[in-house]
Design a protein. Sequence first.
Length: 186
Amino acid sequence: MAEKEFGPGHLAMPEDDGKVVHLSGLQIPSIGLTATDGSTVDLSEGGLTVVYAYPRTSPAIGGAPEGWDAIPGARGCTSQSCTFRYHFAEMKGVGVERLFGLSTQSTDYQKEAAERLHLPFPLLADSSLALCRALELPLFEVEGMTLIKRLTLIIDNGRIEHVFYPVFPPERNATDVIAWLSSRKT
């Protein structure tokens, strides 16, 4: 068994396991996802959309699962969301029409995080795993929860144009997305 590599803060670094190669160019199926703003979002519709998928946010009082830091790519959901919040105007400036966070947590659970973190964009819930299964997103299980491995989708008019995977460190993801979008040919 290969020894784990550790990155900043001694967190286990994720490796590219090849589980997203099928996504580029894929048309998103029409699936309604409940958003923290009360709307239902269909990612197969709309213009330039960024969706960052993350495993889970811990409640305000803390409480990550045991061994969370040793799971490659698990830690960093809050910092990733906050970085997208910090760069929200820049995202709009490079043409992003819609920005969403996505996890398998319930909408009620996500509402607390969206409010606490003062996110200017909604979080989407895929607690039924409908989108995850339809797209064959990479998942993992911990303490009875099925969670999404951290990735970011660039979707244009319902088609996946680019995938960031693995995402590490999570707090750099927003600037990587902005750099990629700034350099893309439209």
